[in-house]
Design a protein around this ligand. Structure first.
Ligand SMILES: Nc1ncnc2c1ncn2[C@@H]1O[C@H](COP(=O)(O)OP(=O)(O)OP(=O)(O)O)[C@@H](O)[C@H]1O
Ligand SMILES: [Mg+2]
Length: 476
């Protein structure tokens, strides 16, 4: 840490209460969980802004979110990462127990996280160089339309602020001058959007070279050696000509120019720092690797591998160096948020060392009918808002009456308790069933106007499904 006082661009300076307020705009209820994650996030800011002598000693307080499916565990972690502008990755702990994974590659989560951070930083940098890249793209498109003439004379052709028309004498103008004038005319046309559909031919990266996977001997990835990259750099870049509209070519060239303008080394360095000081790893289904101590007489394969996964995870969570193709990553200050339903296993079934690394346990609440009603309407990305926006795109305004929303919430709660509790996910299945017919008939039969979804309509669409347990099992 070179300069402790440097206010990092990516440092988000939100207080715990502000963080909770932000989370509230997306997630209903779950006060305790929001509080814990807000503290964890603020603690990172506190650490980065604390005395250098102790900064490296301050460890993150990793969290376990405990709760049934569909109550917002993943959603909270995801929103938190967005808020913090932090590199974020979600992994399923159980994936590491699958055949072929055992004993291998728990570290891959850190590698993937680093990859995400690199893309994130590069995207931001590209955004910053966009104005410059756009200028260069304009030149390149002009070059395609009006190839510049070789400059023969010493007298360089007029600069962008070229002479006014009165001074221009086409009879005596040099080739360069004529060329320059034509270019300027086309520049104006381009800027006025008059040439968007004109076809140009540009060199594009030949596909195929990129998508070809090369598998190296096992273990090479661990050492941070990427065969693909090595070979990719050796073989010449293959390009081929492709014809496209200027509007398309502009997009393509913009990406290419922006890529050229950014400092890749700086991007990687910044990405590494971000991963190390603000990365968040969300480990889902941690309960699936709990247990397996053999105490319950369940010795054998899966148990061994479950404990194995925990043991593999331990050094990463405790803090160690993981080598990635971008360099070493210190995991000491990465925040780990684990989650699980813990129906059968308990947090105390995790190996003690791992338990110690997740000192904060939060129980998430089951969602009530009232929560469902709020989830349907309040979050910024609420389902009803999503459907309204989609239908609006067809030129139709759709409204839900209050009793319709209450009815959907009631049905969701009822089916959750009678069939299976899948939390807020139930709202997705119910709402899509309610709206299916409309989504199908718009715009063929219903072309314009206002639609009101009321309780009667909801009941009509769900008629028979709720009372018939077999049907609701499959459809709702
Ligand atoms: N409290 C909540 N407020 C708003 N939306 C919610 C809430 N809980 C769940 N949802 C919505 O329900 C869906 C599923 O939630 P999420 O992915 O967070 O479940 P989960 O708790 O991680 O479940 P699982 O244990 O199955 O992974 C998401 O689309 C989310 O937006
Ligand atoms: Mg989840």
């Amino acid at each position: 840490m070179s300069n402790p006082n440097k206010e990092k661009e990516f440092e988000v300076n939100l207080t715990p209460r502000q963080i909770v307020d932000e989370l509230d705009t997306y997630i209903i209820g779950q006060k305790e969980a929001k509080k814990s994650v807000s503290i964890a996030l603020r603690n990172r800011w506190r650490r980065l802004n604390s005395d250098a002598a102790i900064r490296d000693e301050i460890l993150p307080n990793n969290i376990i979110l405990i709760g049934p499916t569909g109550v917002g565990k993943t959603e909270i972690a995801r929103r938190l990462a967005k808020l913090a502008k932090a590199p974020f990755i979600k992994v399923e702990a159980s994936k590491f127990t699958e055949v072929g994974y055992v004993g291998r590659d728990v570290e891959s989560m850190i590698r993937d996280l680093t990859e995400i951070a690199v893309s994130m930083v590069k995207a931001e940098m590209q955004e910053r160089v966009k104005p410059k890249a756009e200028e260069q793209v304009e030149e390149r498109i002009l070059d395609l339309l009006i190839p510049p003439v070789k400059k023969k004379s010493k007298k360089s052709p007029s600069q962008p602020g070229f002479q006014a028309d009165e001074d221009f004498d086409p009879e005596n103008a040099s080739t360069e001058e004529l060329n320059e004038r034509t270019r300027e005319k086309f520049r104006q046309k381009l800027r006025n959007g008059e040439l968007e559909d004109r076809k140009v031919e540009i060199d594009v990266q030949a596909s195929g070279t990129k998508s070809m996977q090369i598998f190296g001997p096992a273990g090479m990835e661990e050492m941070g050696i990427n065969l693909q990259d090595m070979l990719g750099n050796l073989s010449p870049k293959k390009t081929k000509k492709r014809e496209m509209k200027i509007s398309e070519a502009r997009e393509y060239l913009l990406a290419e120019e922006a890529e050229k303008l950014i400092d890749h080394e700086a991007a990687v360095a910044e990405a590494i720092e971000r991963v190390q000081s603000s990365g968040i790893v969300f480990i889902d289904e941690i309960d699936k690797v709990a247990g397996g101590t053999g105490k319950q007489g369940q010795s054998g394969g899966p148990d061994v591998s479950r404990q194995g996964v925990q043991r593999d995870m331990l050094p990463i969570v405790e803090g160690s160096n993981v080598s990635t193709k971008h360099g070493m990553i210190k995991t000491d200050h990465i925040l780990f948020i684990a989650s699980g339903a813990f129906h059968t296993a308990k947090p105390s079934d995790l190996i003690p060392e791992l338990q110690g690394r997740f000192p904060i346990r939060v129980e998430m609440d089951s969602l009530t009918e009232e929560d469902f009603y709020n989830i349907l309407t309040r979050p910024r990305n609420a389902l009803t808002k999503q459907y309204q926006a989609m239908i609006k795109s067809e030129g139709i305004d759709m409204e839900f009456t209050d009793d319709a929303l209450k009815e959907i919430a009631r049905v969701a709660a009822e089916i959750n308790s009678s069939v299976e509790n899948i939390g807020a996910r139930r709202l997705h299945t119910i709402l899509s069933t309610v709206l299916e017919e409309l989504l199908y008939t718009i715009p063929d039969d219903i072309k314009e106007g206002n639609l009101t979804i009321d309780k009667e309509y909801v009941n009509k669409r769900l008629d028979g499904l709720i009372t018939n347990r077999d049907l609701s099992q499959y459809i709702l």
